[in-house]
Design a protein around this ligand. Structure first.
Ligand SMILES: O=C(O)c1ccccc1NCC(=O)[C@H](O)[C@H](O)COP(=O)(O)O
Length: 262
């Protein structure tokens, strides 16, 4: 894990609140997960770009907050062709909740990712989800957490940002890897991060490009660099407007060919 002094103050605050939240004793979960690789294959077979659309009410870098009902947002994303949904459950900096995820998962039939800052095993037993995010940079025992997530039935999505974290993820047995284009130490976004790491990811790993995807051109760029799917939040949520979430999603899931006006 990075030394806390190397992290942006917002991220230090997120990690502190994650540490406080994961202390509750809860019953161990057992999940019957919907397969992400199958959902991505279905999208590709339909000619849709595989997009994991994120219900993200706000964030430290967002321009505003969207208070729409999470179920309505998720259904609008699925209508726009999303292959899977990600739901922020972090309450203090992203406006999320476990209850929102529970309601979304009951309402849609695609896989749902729990997007949070799970730092230890007991932080997993909060809400059933098909996928659970583990951020390589922030956990001490990645291999143990990958195993603990699988033991509960979750598909672990291991997020990395540099070559060392990617090696750690592969050594820990990750089968689904997300390359975060957002540097969580500085909160800067660079799509070149995915391009530099993707050649080092084995073909049998499901590879996801995360963060900073704003438009169809970015989608094509990440797909050309080898992304099996893209995780997109802000461009779909449109935090500073009240944009149509279905249209925002469809614009990305349809992004297969150049059009003269883009
Ligand atoms: O999005 C943030 O501002 C943020 C700040 C600090 C830690 C994590 C953050 N985001 C988490 C994510 O990984 C994104 O929500 C996700 O990849 C979607 O990113 P985007 O499409 O750029 O909204």
């Amino acid at each position: 894990m990075n030394s806390p002094t190397e992290l942006a103050p917002e991220v230090r605050s997120i990690l502190e609140s994650a540490g406080e939240r994961s202390n509750a004793d809860r019953d161990r979960l057992s999940v019957d997960a919907r397969s992400l690789p199958d959902a991505l294959a279905r999208a590709a077979a339909d000619g849709r770009v595989p997009i994991i659309a994120e219900v993200k009410p706000t964030s430290p870098t967002a321009d505003g907050t969207r208070g729409d009902d999470p179920v309505e947002l998720a259904e609008a994303m699925v209508d726009g062709g999303a292959a899977a949904i990600s739901v922020l459950t972090e309450p203090d900096h992203f406006g999320g909740s476990a209850e929102a995820l529970e309601r979304v998962r009951a309402a849609v039939d695609v896989p749902v990712l729990r997007k949070d800052f799970v730092l230890e095993e007991r932080g997993m037993d909060v809400v059933e989800a098909d996928l659970l995010l583990l951020i390589a940079r922030f956990v001490e025992d990645l291999e143990g957490l990958v195993e603990a997530a699988r033991d509960r039935g979750f598909q672990p999505l291991v997020e990395v940002h540099d070559r060392g974290e990617l090696e750690d993820a592969l050594e820990a047995g990750a089968e689904i890897v997300g390359v975060n284009n957002r540097d969580l130490a500085k909160l800067e976004v660079d799509l070149g991060t995915f391009e530099s790491l993707s050649p080092h990811v084995p073909d049998d790993v499901t590879l996801i490009a995360e963060s900073g995807v704003s438009n169809p051109e970015d989608v094509r760029r990440m797909r050309e660099a080898g992304a099996d799917a893209l995780l997109v939040g802000s461009a779909i949520m449109d935090h500073d407007g009240a944009g149509d979430v279905t249209e925002n999603t469809r614009r990305l899931t349809d992004a297969t060919q150049e059009t003269p006006n883009e």
